[in-house]
Every structure is written in structure tokens, then in C-alpha cells.
Design a protein around this ligand. Sequence first.
Ligand SMILES: Cc1cc2nc3c(=O)[nH]c(=O)nc-3n(C[C@H](O)[C@H](O)[C@H](O)COP(=O)(O)OP(=O)(O)OC[C@H]3O[C@@H](n4cnc5c(N)ncnc54)[C@H](O)[C@@H]3O)c2cc1C
Length: 435
Amino acid sequence: MYREKEMQAVNQKQEHTGSYYAATVNEITNYPVLKGKQSADICVVGAGFTGVATALTLAERGYSVAIVEANRVGWGASGRNGGQLINGISGLEKIRKKHGAGITDMLWDIKWRGNDIVYERVEKYAIKCDLKSGFLETALKPQQMKYAEEYAAERDRHNFPYKYEIWDSEKTRDMLGTDAFLGGFICYRDGHLHPLNLCIGEARAAHELGVKIYEQSPVTGIDHGARPQVKTAAGVVEADSVVLAGNAYSQFEPKHLSNLIFPAGSYIIGTEPLSAAVVSEINPLDIAVCDMNEVVDYYRLSADKRLLYGGACNYSNRDPASIKSYILPRMLKVYPQLANVRVDFEWGGKIGIVLNRIPAIGRINNNVYYCQGYSGHGVNATHVMGEIMSDAIGGTMEKFDLFADMKHFRIPGSQWLGNQMIALGMLYYRMKDLL
Ligand SMILES: Cc1cc2nc3c(=O)[nH]c(=O)nc-3n(C[C@H](O)[C@H](O)[C@H](O)COP(=O)(O)OP(=O)(O)OC[C@H]3O[C@@H](n4cnc5c(N)ncnc54)[C@H](O)[C@@H]3O)c2cc1C
């Protein structure tokens, strides 16, 4: 099955999956394999957004950093996702409930900080990743229009400086060329981008600041101690601190981390480039779109005007035999007028799901940090988490502790059992979506 294939991949050094992103990448990375004994202040395991964003923040602050990646920079979810830059981190409301209204403003800042970091880095390092502003959350049911009102009221309360609007059904139909939605909420501080090019661009920036990057170097274990040793088949990095950023693809530290997050599949298809007439009918503002269901569908246009349509999160961890057959009917439900459009790409990736939806963040033996499980989000969340991890390594624990102090339930037994339980739970939400 896909999971076994993917998990083997972590140990068998793979090139990128056959995504639209891999086909349009700015740079084919070829960082060396880790060999011999290396030393750094911090060793990061995994070169997705969590690992790369953390390494770049640390390098900007003057630390020496090494990243060790099993496959290629951005090989995991970071280089395969929907590219939707969406504010927020799941589970923040639970953290607010625990600590009270006194931290409302801090959580509001955390919610948006990842977006700020992405916008700042794209500009500062001149990263070409097709970054566009505008993200519309669409309502499929009348009660979901209440969320739109809540989103607007929350921004009003915080004097949000960027543009946002509630769209009624007519405006939504005019702007999206479909009757599928009852309305929506658009925010122009959210947006969309080419995630693999962002990840590779940030890695390049980090490298130019002195970060050593090793690809095709699966980490096989860690020897804990005052200076932990991160081991691969051919080398070792000794560091003061280690950051584990393998997320849904990681099989690390089973004693501490097993059954804490569960991999769930999400899938995307990419059409052939659409004509100018179709583009102006279905998305003239070139915004990202995601529905308000629990199990979401999401879509946007690529820079070359393909429709990238994704969804159908598969919590059982079993992948569909054909991604195209799985996703295309969902796309055609929204856009029946695209029935004759060719599908050029189909791919999937693994999202890290945590039962209580709060990212699983913590420390093992004080100097091995882990940061994983964004439960569907991640482009924004990984970037703010990179900063929070870097703050913690520098001794500022306030935001790290907000997350690390939250209790996580581990499903006893095997990962397989955990996934079946999650799938059962999500069936409930899926049915709720359908009602
Ligand atoms: C199909 C799909 C669509 C999505 N759409 C969106 C979206 O539109 N917007 C959004 O915000 N989020 C989205 N997400 C979620 C988001 O992509 C993730 O939350 C985020 O990218 C996680 O980043 P990460 O760096 O933590 O993990 P990953 O990007 O998965 O990176 C982990 C890395 O660790 C490496 N690794 C694992 N084990 C080892 C080892 N032993 N040794 C060395 N390296 C190792 C892996 O090879 C991998 O490169 C989507 C996810 C998927 C799969």
C-alpha cells in the first residue's frame, strides 16, 4: 500500500512525487549525502517547511545549523500541498480555553505570524513561488454563513489591517462561475503559492547563510546525551540541540512519539492549462478556494492557469487506486463545464493528524525538540512554528510552552489501530458535512 511505499521511501531515498510542482520546480536540488562526522549548534531532521523554516530562522539568528533529509528538500507534504496560505493553527481555541482570555491577543498574533513570515521571506530572499493574495472560504450549508460573520467580527475586534469581505451567493457565483456555494468569506492576507518552490527557495536562502543541507540521507537513530548524535548510514551530526521535523513521514523515537500523530492522505489533480475565457469565468481574481466542511475540498489556479483541485482526506491511510477517479467527480460537481478538460497531474501526500488537533510539540531529554501534526493546515503553521522552536532553543519558552503543555491522548496499540479509530471518527464528521 501507499503508506508502506512512502515509508520505505523515507529509508530508500526517493526523488519528488509526480506532482505539478515537481514538474515546474525552479531548482533541482542536489545537496550532498551526509558522510563522516559533522558538528553544528543545531541539527534539524527533515527538510519540509517545519525543518527549513526553523533552520532559516536559526541561521538568521547566528546559529550553525545542519539539515538532514531522507529524500529531497520539500519531498514530503510541504512540496505537494494545495499551496493555500491560510491563517491559523488548529487547536488554538483549546489553548485559549485552558489559559483564559488573557492570551487572546498573543494567540491572534500566532495565528497570523506564519503568513507574515512567508510574505517577508518571499520578498527578502526574492523567492519565485507565484505568491498571490486572496483566499475564499465557501459555505455549502446555510449555517456555515455564520462562520463568515464570525470571521469578520473577529477581524473587526482586532482592527485587522488587511482587506476582507463576506460574499453572498450572487457575488460568489459571479466570481467562481459555479452554483455550488451559498456564499463565502474572503481575506486578502491569506493567499496561495507554489509550495515546492517556496520550500526550495527558503532552503537556498538558509544554505547561503551557512546552513549545511544533506539530502538522500535517512536518519536511522539518535544517540541521546549532552550533545545528541543524529545518525545516518554513512554519517553523523553532533549538535547541542536537535529538531525533529519529519511530521507524518517520521518514524522516530517510538518510545516518545509513536501513536501521537497519524498520517492521513490528501489528493490533488491538475488539469491542462485552461483558456482565458474559462479562467475569467471560474476564477478571475485568481484566489484560493476552500469549503467550510470538516473534510474539505480546496482548489486554485496555478501560474500557468491549470485548475489544481484537491481534497478527500483519507484517514484510514489507504490510498485510492486512482487519484484521478477519486478527485475528478468532486471537481466536476463544482465545475461540470470542465467535463472535457484533460487531467495532466494526479498526486497525493501525507498530512499529520493529531487527535485533539493541537500540533504535537515538545522535548525529549531537554535537547531533542519535536514539532509535528498540523492536522491539515501547515503552510502558515509550519512557519510560525519554526520561529517558536527557534525561540525555545534560544531560551524563550513562552509560546513553545503554550503548545507543549497541552495534553495529548495516545491511542494504545498499533499505528494501524489508531488510523482505523481516526477513520471512524472522521466518518462521523463526513456524515455531518453531508447533512
Ligand atoms: C495533499 C496535501 C495538501 C495540503 N494542502 C495544504 C494547503 O493547501 N495549505 C496548508 O496550509 N497545508 C496543506 N497541507 C498540509 C501541509 O502541507 C503540511 O502540514 C506541512 O507541509 C507539513 O510540513 P512538515 O515540514 O512538518 O512535514 P513534511 O513536509 O512532510 O516534511 C517532512 C520531511 O521529513 C523527512 N523525513 C522523515 N523521516 C526522516 C528521516 N528518518 N530522516 C530524514 N528525513 C526524514 C521527509 O522525507 C520529509 O521531507 C496539505 C498536505 C497534503 C499532503
